[in-house]
Design a protein around this ligand. Structure first.
Ligand SMILES: Nc1ncnc2c1ncn2[C@@H]1O[C@H](COP(=O)(O)OP(=O)(O)OP(=O)(O)O)[C@@H](O)[C@H]1O
Ligand SMILES: [Mg+2]
Length: 317
């Protein structure tokens, strides 16, 4: 069953120096209980896509397209309707956990604020129970509810963020780089928390990361983004066994060399095109080992190959 569908999503940012075409025509579906990974190197539009789903983009962003949830395009809902969805039906863990926890609020107050936003009459006892359950499900002792954020290590804070994200049992959790700022040991712990959630909660996860190792471990299907576009979309086994897009192939080749950190994706020679001034034709052509004439002239559409999608002239046209 499809839980959430992103259809033809386009996002632009207006800036003083011109328009940044951050996301172009992105489409993907998230099934119930599925973990969908969104991967790609820095600046390719992953966070923009994730934030757009909850309409959390800054005012200089313009969104077009559809985010279908419960048979409605949530991009067309009122702000009030949107607030009811946020945190309850769909929640997000932001890229930087330190900025999303309020340093002068105890952990329990973070939970209470979230719960009250959706149920103003909630009783203290009830709220405490929700907070305790959420914390324990990510391996943090409920005794720590009275602590302030600074009393936690980075990994623990990230668990608290995940606990807040799942406290109201959302049907979709968007996790934006949940392991990036953490050391390797803690990364592994957070990964196992996510894997565990996937098994025990009735929840879809959209996992945004530039770490293909993380995706291989927890995702069921994968969206590969390049310069604002979805260039490949496949289930995880097929993608790793037989990557179709030249960009995916290079990404996967670069992984075994350097396992950790954000280094691996920089090992593909060249850089992303300027999103304010996107060249004609394929966006990846200047870094592509298989470039043909048509790649200079025309932007490739999405081709369907064996139940997967790939945006590359090698597969059609
Ligand atoms: N508020 C903004 N105003 C203008 N441009 C922005 C804004 N936020 C992001 N961008 C630009 O949009 C593009 C996509 O950014 P985004 O943050 O979505 O990338 P990302 O894939 O999440 O990267 P990272 O892996 O570094 O988190 C980039 O070119 C970025 O510079
Ligand atoms: Mg990001």
């Amino acid at each position: 069953m499809i839980n959430l569908e992103v259809k033809n999503l386009n996002i632009e940012y207006s800036t003083r120096n011109g328009t940044v075409y951050a996301v172009k025509d992105a489409s993907f579906k998230v099934k119930t209980k599925e973990t969908l990974g969104i991967v790609g190197e820095s600046g390719c539009g992953k966070s923009t896509t994730g934030h757009a789903i909850l309409r959390l983009l800054p005012p200089n962003a313009k969104i077009k397209g559809n985010v279908i949830y419960n048979n409605k395009n949530i991009l067309e809902l009122s702000n009030k309707q949107m607030r009811q969805i946020r945190g309850k039906d769909i929640s997000i863990i932001f890229q930087d956990p330190m900025t999303s926890l309020d340093p002068i609020m105890r952990i329990n107050e973070h939970f209470y604020e979230l719960i009250k936003a959706h149920n103003p009459k909630a009783k203290e006892e009830e709220m405490k129970q929700i907070a305790e359950d959420a914390l324990e499900s990510v391996g943090v002792s409920k005794k720590r509810l009275d602590n302030y954020p600074f009393e936690f290590s980075g990994g623990m804070r990230q668990r608290v963020m995940i606990a807040l994200g799942i406290a109201l049992k959302p049907s979709v959790l968007i996790a934006d780089e949940p392991t990036t700022s953490l050391d390797v040991v803690v990364q592994e712990q957070i990964m196992s928390v996510l894997k565990n959630l996937k098994q025990t909660k009735d929840m879809s996860i959209i996992l945004i990361t530039h770490d293909l190792g993380v995706v291989a471990e927890v995702a069921d299907s994968v969206v590969v983004m390049y310069a604002g576009e979805v260039v490949e979309y496949a289930d995880v086994q097929n993608l790793y066994a037989n990557p179709l897009h030249p960009y995916t192939q290079l990404l996967l080749k670069s992984v075994p060399n350097i396992k950790i950190g954000d280094m691996e994706l920089r090992y593909i020679p060249g850089s992303l095109p300027d999103l304010k001034n996107i060249p004609r034709g394929c966006r990846f052509k200047d870094r592509c080992p298989y470039k043909k004439d048509i790649c200079d002239k025309e932007e490739p559409p999405i081709f369907n190959v064996d139940n997967r999608e790939v945006r590359c002239w090698l597969y059609g046209g």
